[in-house]
Write a protein that binds this ligand. Structure first.
Ligand SMILES: [Mg+2]
Length: 388
């Protein structure tokens, strides 16, 4: 069945409501649709199988079956609700929400490592909410993409880029204390944040800005020692972004090349740059992808064809692409068949309000209460550190 033509209206200027809605709904769609192919080898899912599956989502006779979201959306919802309820970042509240969500619905595909952290976060005796993540993997912490997969709401909540970096890092460290985990989350949040401003229009400039930002982030001593300990080059995310740049400059790039150069795995380093590449690569029509597809559909389809951690890569790519194309460019049928897409839309609208509520001049924007730091209304502030 062919897709009904969609009325695509203007995406709006920088940080328009349409872009906010596109970002969060795009993330949920990527997670729900990507879940179908999670863990498959790319050779098991030739593009025509992906397209056949996506065509099926447009089929109005498919009934009311809903694609369930996974841990990506479960935790993204927690982040968004926490930022909105606390009017800023509050690590105690966010940690409690992660633990409660896991307890209510443990079947959402959480990794074994993070489940241990979430169980410990549920303890009422726990005062240092960063401690369980720090204790992971012999004290080295996780470098998985679990912080990055839930990073989008940070990009939508804070207007100041320094705040996006700061609070995304702290939010990710609740479960991922290795710099290769939380720096991946920062990269993903910055990519969404820049896309909301319309920066994808100039892909090379967009990448240049990301590289400059990540050079600053990765010069930190803990980032350098983590990279050494894991036998990665110095500035590992910057190195990957340079590879994204090179791949984009080539005329033809195969799925195999994308996987070997960027990865399709559960490490943040092997998936966040991949998601960024997917969004940029699919801004133009691509051979093998239907002409009727808009950029977001192309991005999701291409992400799925890579196999591996498809739900998270499509979720992250969907957020970046959704922030660029806006909600009106997203297939209604896809939205209807994905669990929680309506809630994501509503949360995006509330985050849009939060983002645009600028602090008064000179307002430091930080309240302290007990062990928590609440950052209000997106102004700059001195950097709160997690307890050592
Ligand atoms: Mg998942």
């Amino acid at each position: 069945m062919t897709a009904a033509p969609r009325l695509v209206t203007a995406v709006g200027g920088p940080a328009s409501l349409c872009r906010f809605r596109g970002a969060l709904v795009g993330a949920v769609l990527g997670d729900c649709i990507g879940g179908e192919f999670e863990g498959t080898e790319p050779e098991e899912i030739p593009l025509d199988r992906v397209l056949q599956y996506l065509d099926g989502l447009e089929d109005e006779t498919r009934g009311d079956s809903i694609l369930q979201y996974s841990d990506d959306t479960a935790m993204t919802r927690c982040v968004a609700h926490s930022l909105l309820t606390r009017a800023g970042f509050d690590e105690q509240d966010m940690a409690r929400r992660f633990a409660k969500e896991y307890n209510l619905a443990p079947f959402r595909g959480y990794g074994a490592g993070v489940m241990q952290v979430l169980k410990k976060l549920a303890s009422p005796q726990l005062s240092d909410v960063y401690q369980p993540a720090r204790a992971q993997f012999g004290g080295r912490g996780s470098f998985g993409n679990g912080g990055a997969m839930r990073a989008a709401p940070f990009a939508l909540a804070f207007r100041d880029r320094a705040d996006v970096r700061r609070y995304t890092r702290l939010g990710a460290m609740l479960t991922h204390s290795c710099s290769l985990g939380y720096n991946g989350a920062i990269l993903q949040a910055l990519a969404v944040h820049l896309s909301l401003q319309g920066a994808l229009v100039l892909p090379q400039d967009f990448l240049k800005t990301l590289i400059t930002e990540m050079e600053e982030v990765e010069k930190d001593e803990s980032a350098r020692s983590d990279a050494r300990a894991l036998n990665e080059s110095e500035f590992p995310f910057c190195a990957r972004l340079h590879r994204v740049k090179e791949l984009l400059e080539r005329n033809n790039v195969s799925v195999e090349e994308v996987i070997s150069e960027l990865g399709n795995g559960i490490a943040a380093l092997h998936s966040v740059p991949t998601a960024i590449f997917c969004a940029l690569h699919c801004m133009e029509p691509r051979e093998g992808l239907p002409e009727k597809y808009g950029g977001l559909e192309r991005t999701v389809a291409f992400s799925l064809s890579l196999g591996g951690d498809t739900d998270t890569i499509a979720c992250m790519a969907g957020a970046i692409a959704g922030a660029h194309y806006g909600i009106d460019a997203i297939s209604q049928s896809w939205q209807r068949c994905c669990e929680a897409s309506e809630e994501a839309d509503m949360l995006a609208q509330r985050l849009h309000n939060m983002y645009h509520r600028a602090p008064p001049e000179g307002d430091p924007g930080v309240l302290s209460s007990g062990n928590s730091q609440q950052h209000l209304r997106g102004g700059s502030s001195s950097e709160p550190q997690p307890p050592e």
